[in-house]
Unconditional design. Structure first.
Length: 282
């Protein structure tokens, strides 16, 4: 095998550090999702398709609360129903030791050394996306449909924002405002709390091989659970020594009238996959 293929499969960095956080490492990730609104007969009365393109790069460090974090810059281009793309830069702050992978609980839109954005800045586009979901719903039922969409959007935000709320200042959580991303050693049955103020937890379900556009990888399939989720919601991600490989979720909710009768349904399905990567060899 070539060096490039070996790194692709095994990851870079010392064996006791699972996620490769070397400066310059890069991951190109694409995601697609479909969100659908159904009427009582099961006919579609709204919905949209979203496509995400992420370029994730290890880009510097930042000192916070006496700890040094590795910065992952995420340049996101998002397109809804083939419209004009929106561009956004997100920042994730990681640290890692033999016990696990940890993340500073800082708003993802906060640049290094900067301040979090105003709350209304993160709401851009929400109203128009909500219009897609209720575009053919009768006027007298739109409020009920929008209420369900708002609840689904809260869950989707939490999933994409790594169990935090975009547009809010950090809340005090585990270990001085840190999230626990991974708890080592990873093995089926290993579980941990991601945070406590908004109940989120993870559990390794299985070791499995996954085939993606970037290649074939040995991985750990990890489930995320939360008190925010509905009974039929599902969230999984796949990790390897090359980093995060994939993310997949399903969310849904019933629309009810003032008497509690089900008058519609909403679903959302999303999958994100690693397209290619470049890891620094040691």
């Amino acid at each position: 095998l070539s060096l490039a293929l070996s790194l692709l499969t095994l990851g870079a960095g010392p064996s006791h550090l699972y996620v490769p956080l070397d400066q310059g490492n890069r991951w190109h990730v694409v995601g697609e999702g479909r969100f659908v609104t159904l009427d009582p007969s099961g006919a579609q009365v709204g919905g949209f398709t979203v496509r995400d393109d992420y370029l994730r790069t290890i880009d510097g460090t930042e000192d916070l609360s006496g700890r040094t974090y590795t910065l992952m810059r995420q340049d996101l281009t998002e397109t809804v129903d083939g419209g004009a793309p929106d561009e956004l830069t997100l920042w994730v702050r990681y640290r890692q030791d033999r016990s696990g992978l940890y993340e500073a609980d800082v708003d993802l839109l906060t640049p290094p050394g900067g301040e979090p954005p105003a709350a209304d800045a993160t709401q851009a586009g929400r109203a128009s996306v909500g219009d897609y979901m209720v575009r053919h719903v009768p006027e007298n039922r739109r409020a009920a449909y929008r209420a369900v969409w708002d609840r689904l959007q809260t869950r989707v935000d939490a999933i994409h924002a790594a169990a935090r709320r975009l547009g809010t200042r950090p809340a005090r959580t585990l270990a001085e405002n840190e999230l626990t991303r991974l708890r080592y050693p990873l093995h089926p049955g290993q579980s941990w709390e991601i945070r406590t103020d908004i109940p989120f937890s993870s559990e390794v379900e299985a070791v499995e091989s996954v085939t993606l556009p970037a290649g074939r990888f040995a991985s750990q399939r990890i489930r995320i659970d939360s008190g925010l989720f509905g009974p039929k919601d599902r969230v999984h991600f796949w990790m390897s020594r090359s980093g995060q490989l994939a993310l997949e979720y399903h969310v849904e909710g019933d629309v009810t009238d003032e008497n509690g009768n089900v008058v519609g349904h909403m679903t959302g399905d999303y999958r994100e996959e690693l397209l290619d990567l470049s890891l620094v060899a040691r």
